[in-house]
Write a protein that binds this ligand. Structure first.
Ligand code: COI
Length: 355
C-alpha cells in the first residue's frame, strides 16, 4: 500500500462547461500523481500535487532513446453518484508487461490501481456526465537518468494525469474511413508492437499524415513481413463480421492486447456469437466484400470505445461496408459496454471497480 502525500491546489481551474463537447486530450484536471524510482530505493515518494510542468535535465534518457511507456483507461460517474473504473487491473498487468519489454522497473498492481483511485477521487468534480464523455486517465513512466549512453536508465518517474474527454474521433459514433497502409509498417514480431510504448505511435505518424491528406481518419496496418495480414489500426484493435462470424487478428507479438478488444470477445462469447482470433489477410476481407459477406467492421479501444468503420481503402480498391452506417452488432456492443461502464447495465463480468 502506497503512502501518498497530497498537496491540493490553492488555485483550482474552472471546470469545463457541461455542454462543452470536450475535444479528446486537450483539457487537464487540477492534480497529478508522481512517484520516483531509484536503483536501491525502488519506487518511492508517491505524491499528488497540483497539475504543473515538470523539470528534467535535457540529457534525460527519455529524450534521446525513448525509454517510456504509457497506459489509458477511463473513469465514469454513475447516475447515483458512484465513480467506476473499467478493468484497471488489466491496465496494471499490461503496464508491467510493457515495463518488462522496455527494461523499466515494474509497479505493483495494487499500487498502480491505488494511485489512480486516489487521484480520481481528488479530481472527481472533473468527471463529465454528458453522453459519450468520461474522465480519461493517462499513467506513464519516463527514464530520467542524465546520460547519453544506450542502456536502461537507473531512475524513472511514474506519473498520472487526467483529462475530461468526449469521443476520440470527431465522427463520434458515425463510421470512420480507414486507409490500409501498404508502404510503411508499424511493428514486427520481436519488436515492441505489443508494448504500450510511445515509439509505436511515432512510427505511425508518417502514414497517418498520408491518410489524413487523402481524407481518411486512421491507418490500418498490415504485418511487416508478408504485408498481407491485418494487424491493428492507429489507435485501436480491429474486428470484422464476415458471414455471421466475428474475426479479429490474433495477438501475435506485434499487436497491442487491448482491454476493449478482450471485453468485446468476452461479450460476443457470452451472447453466443462465434469469434475467431486468427490470421486474417486483406485479400480475405476484399473477397468477403466482393461477395457481399462483409457485414460489419469496427475498431475497439479505450479512447475509441467501439468505433464503426464505414469505408476502407486498399491500394485502388474502395470498400464501403454495407450502407456505410453503424451495424447492429457494433451498436449493441457500444450500448452494452458503455452501459456497464456507466453502471446502467448489470456488470455480469465483474469488470467495474468502484473508486
Ligand atoms: C487508448 O485508447 O487509451 C490509447 O492509448 C490510444 C491512444 C492513441 C489514444
Amino acid at each position: 500500500m502506497l503512502d501518498i502525500k497530497t498537496t491540493k491546489t490553492t488555485t483550482p481551474k474552472e471546470l469545463p462547461d457541461k455542454d462543452d463537447p470536450l475535444k479528446f486530450g486537450t483539457i487537464f484536471t487540477d492534480h497529478m500523481f508522481i512517484m520516483d524510482y531509484e536503483e536501491g530505493k525502488g519506487w518511492h515518494d508517491a505524491r499528488i500535487i497540483p497539475y504543473q510542468p515538470i523539470s528534467l535535465e535535457p540529457s534525460a534518457m527519455v529524450f534521446h532513446y525513448g525509454q517510456e511507456m504509457f497506459e489509458g483507461l477511463k473513469a465514469y460517474k454513475t447516475e447515483d453518484g458512484r465513480i467506476l473504473l473499467f478493468r484497471p487491473h488489466m491496465n496494471a498487468k499490461r503496464t508491467n508487461n510493457t515495463c518488462r519489454r522496455l527494461c523499466i522497473p515494474e509497479i505493483p498492481e495494487e499500487d498502480f490501481v491505488q494511485a489512480i483511485k486516489e487521484l480520481v477521487k481528488i479530481d472527481k468534480a472533473w468527471i463529465p456526465t454528458k453522453e459519450g464523455t468520461s474522465l480519461y486517465i493517462r499513467p506513464f513512466i519516463i527514464a530520467t537518468d542524465p546520460f547519453l549512453g544506450v542502456r536502461p536508465s537507473h531512475t524513472y518517474k511514474f506519473m498520472i494525469i487526467l483529462s475530461p474527454v468526449g469521443p476520440y474521433y470527431p465522427e463520434g459514433l458515425n463510421p470512420v474511413k480507414i486507409w490500409i497502409e501498404d508502404e510503411y509498417v508499424r511493428a514486427v514480431k520481436g519488436g515492441i508492437g505489443e508494448a504500450k510504448a510511445g515509439g509505436n505511435y511515432v512510427a505511425s505518424l508518417k502514414a497517418q499524415i498520408k491518410a489524413y491528406e487523402e481524407g481518411y481518419s486512421q491507418v490500418l496496418w498490415l504485418d511487416g513481413v508478408h504485408r498481407k495480414y491485418i494487424e491493428e489500426v492507429g489507435a485501436m484493435n480491429i474486428f470484422f463480421k464476415i458471414n455471421n462470424v466475428v474475426v479479429t487478428p490474433k495477438l501475435n507479438g506485434s499487436i497491442l492486447p487491448g482491454v476493449t478488444r478482450d471485453s468485446v470477445i468476452k461479450m460476443c462469447n457470452h451472447w453466443g456469437i462465434k469469434v475467431e482470433e486468427r490470421l486474417i489477410s486483406i485479400d480475405e476481407v476484399y473477397n468477403a466484400h466482393k461477395d457481399g459477406l462483409l457485414e460489419e467492421v469496427f475498431g475497439t479501444g479505450t479512447a475509441a470505445v467501439i468505433s464503426p468503420v464505414g469505408h476502407l481503402r486498399w491500394e485502388n480498391h474502395i470498400m464501403q461496408v454495407e450502407d456505410g452506417g453503424i451495424g447492429p452488432l457494433s451498436q449493441k456492443l457500444y450500448n452494452t459496454l458503455t452501459g456497464i461502464q456507466l453502471g446502467k447495465i448489470e456488470d455480469v463480468y465483474n469488470w467495474t471497480v468502484e473508486v
